[in-house]
Ligand binder design. Structure first.
Ligand code: ATP
Length: 300
């Protein structure tokens, strides 16, 4: 759906994006993940045709510079910080944006209902919380039923409940067939939401894949997490001595063991033979945080 080829952008001698290429397939949730200044917002602005740049970007095969007007009709965009007129109500705000976009027949109350703001339709947005503004931003994005949503840091500044609601909405829209490109520096959010992720650092893409494949490539293995009745130094040392155990972390009654899957049985047997009761055990998948830290460190 989106194809970016050799995108490069320089601001007064500062290279913000350094020749990146990637594709976003129809129907996926694709995340741009990176630390501050990595070039995520610049990439998004280029895709939206808001800045000039070197390289080529197309959406549904249409060049975003040559066919900008047509392309923009298919896109909903939520900027990093949404700004509305304080004196307009939620409904008037949507009316304003619908007019700007040339949309005549939108059911604005239905849209407000969709983002949970139907009761606030006639309240002025000047009195809205950050979460309500963000939800109104999403409603604005959904005007015209776009096939593609571009969301720049969609949950930044929201409290836990607000962020949870926005994530749910994103997932629900995707299940309805909307393709989503989002940028974030919140690793858990990206891990939870996205099908594929491009990790950006200093204007470059340093990795691009599913979270699962990235962890395989980097040889970051799942960890074994054991809850013991009475952990002791003796038991920790015993586990550490087992061949192929790489690391053991202790947190209260929990042992978190880095080891290949083949070592699990030997570990459990050794603990039981030592007379220590195992209350619970599970395998913990690698987190995007581990992948991200390893990638950025290797890059530097
Ligand atoms: P953040 O998470 O902080 O929003 P980002 O990954 O979105 O970061 P960008 O905003 O794209 O990163 O910025 C990339 C680089 O380009 C940074 O070094 C930034 O200072 C620079 N930059 C971005 N916009 C401008 C601008 N309008 N003028 C000058 N430099 C800019």
């Amino acid at each position: 759906m989106i194809e970016v080829r050799g995108l490069r952008k320089e601001y007064d001698g500062v290279v913000a994006v350094d020749g990146i290429s990637f594709k976003v397939e129809k129907g996926e949730i694709f995340a741009l993940l990176g630390p501050n200044g990595a070039g995520k917002t610049t990439t998004i602005k280029a895709i939206l045709g808001l800045i000039n740049y070197e390289g080529e970007i197309s959406i549904n095969g249409m060049n975003v510079v040559e066919r900008g007007k047509e392309v923009k009709k298919k896109i909903g965009y939520l900027p990093e910080s949404v700004a509305f007129y304080d004196n307009l109500t939620a409904l008037q705000t949507l009316q304003f944006f619908a007019e700007l976009k040339g949309i005549k027949d939108a059911d604005l109350m239905k849209l407000l209902k969709e983002v949970g703001l139907e009761k606030d339709a006639n309240r002025k947005v000047g009195g809205f919380s950050k979460g309500m503004l963000q939800r109104l931003g999403l409603a604005q994005c959904l005007l015209g039923e776009p096939e593609l949503l571009i969301l720049d840091e969609p949950t930044t500044g929201l409290d836990a409940v607000g962020a949870y609601e926005v994530r749910n909405k994103i997932r629900e829209l995707n299940e309805r067939g909307v393709t989503i490109l989002l940028s974030s520096h919140i690793l858990s959010e990206v891990q939870e939401l996205s099908h594929r992720v491009a990790i950006m650092n200093k204007g470059k893409i340093i990795a691009i894949d599913t979270v699962e494949n990235l962890s395989k490539k980097l040889e970051i293995q799942p960890k074994l997490r054991l809850e013991l009745q009475r952990p002791s130094n003796r038991i920790v040392n015993l586990v550490k001595e087992i061949k192929s155990v790489k690391d053991v972390k202790v947190d209260g009654n929990i042992l978190e063991i880095s080891c290949p899957p083949s070592a699990k049985l030997a570990i459990i047997n050794a603990i039981e033979e030592a007379g220590i009761k195992i209350i619970d055990f599970k395998t913990v998948e690698p987190t995007l945080e581990e992948i991200f830290i390893k990638m950025v460190k290797e890059d530097e």
